[in-house]
Ligand binder design. Structure first.
Ligand SMILES: O=CC(=O)O
Length: 324
């Protein structure tokens, strides 16, 4: 007979309860730093009793938080996000119920920005494609590998000049690129040219780096018209969310040679990637890993802990998200 499932509150009478909210396929591996301070309850593996009174919910990666979730845990007043994007959290539903939401703040910002630039350089200079060429033994047979393109001097349009976009801009300026951007609104303190929409930004750019939040306004913001405006010599890098780009169109443009290339860390239907892209040497594919470094996870641990500690001691949250 299996042992009875312990009622966690009885074991940890004094620690505040935090629910671990995750899809069965997601594991949360960063709990050891929280364990001494909070009573962690994973409803997928523990008795449901503690969920009735729990006030905080730790959302693992992109696990959806919607009306259904909030109905399930009516006492929850805080959702702690652990990802850079919060498109999986229904912020309006949280606002209606007075549930605060926190983000990963800048835990991932620099790593994602580094990765965006890495993808851009890889596409332009054909780093991964050259690697394949050497590994396949083609160098002695076919001779010189085709030239790549210089990064310095390129006009790069950044879609979404938030924390990540700003770090991308900083890096590209250091590489000698000229930067322009489109964001929800023009930012008075930013020296770069602002374009009111993605189309105009693309029409004035050699490369687009997509790093805005996914929401109803930005879904498929990079559509056929934007790709046409970017033109045959244009490169697209996406470190935001797959659905920011009309992926079917993107595949069509790339297959038809209507874009110079693409560097993609995110896809519309992950982990499924359109097979046509596998054949294209001018496309760099990455399994949604721009955020992943041990350093960024340590920073995430800190911000998660700081938000929970602030919440349970009635102090201002460290990285609150505007919910509306
Ligand atoms: O894409 C990853 C994240 O949003 O953290």
């Amino acid at each position: 007979m299996s042992p009875p499932i312990p009622k966690p509150e009885e074991e940890h009478p004094s620690l505040p309860t935090v629910l671990i909210h995750r899809l069965p396929s997601f594991r949360y591996t960063l709990t050891s730093h929280l364990e001494p301070h909070f009573h962690l309850v994973d409803p997928l593996t523990t008795a449901a009793a503690a969920t009735d009174s729990a006030r905080a919910l730790l959302c693992v990666g992109p696990t959806p938080v919607n009306e259904g979730t909030l109905n399930l845990y009516p006492s929850v007043r805080l959702v702690v996000g652990t990802s850079a994007g919060l498109d999986h959290v229904d912020l309006a539903a949280c606002a209606r119920r007075g549930v605060a939401v926190t983000s990963a703040a800048n835990a991932f910002t620099e790593d994602v920005a580094d990765f965006a630039v890495a993808l851009l350089i890889d596409v332009l200079r054909r780093v991964s494609a050259g690697d394949r060429f050497v590994r396949r033994g083609l160098w002695p047979v076919q001779g010189d590998y085709p030239l790549g393109f210089k990064l310095g001097g390129k006009r790069v349009g950044i879609l979404g000049l938030g924390n990540i976009g700003s770090e991308v801009a900083k890096r590209l300026v250091a590489f000698g690129c000229s930067v322009a951007y489109n964001s929800r609104s023009k930012k008075p303190s930013v020296p770069f040219p602002y374009y009111e929409n993605a189309h105009d930004l693309a029409a004035n750019s050699d490369a687009l780096v997509v790093c805005c939040a996914l929401n109803d306004q930005t879904r498929h913001v990079v559509n056929k018209d934007v790709m046409t405006a970017l033109g045959k010599e244009g490169v697209i890098v996406n470190v935001g969310r797959g659905a920011l780009i009309d992926e079917e169109e993107l595949v069509r443009f790339l297959v038809a040679g209507e874009l110079r290339g693409a560097g993609l860390d995110v896809f519309e239907n992950e982990p499924n990637v359109p097979k046509q892209l596998f054949e294209l040497d001018n496309v760099v594919l990455s399994p949604h890993k721009a955020v992943l470094t041990p350093e960024s996870f340590r920073a995430l641990q800190d911000v998660v802990f700081a938000n929970l500690e602030a919440f349970f001691s009635n102090k201002p949250l460290v990285s609150p998200v505007e919910c509306h």
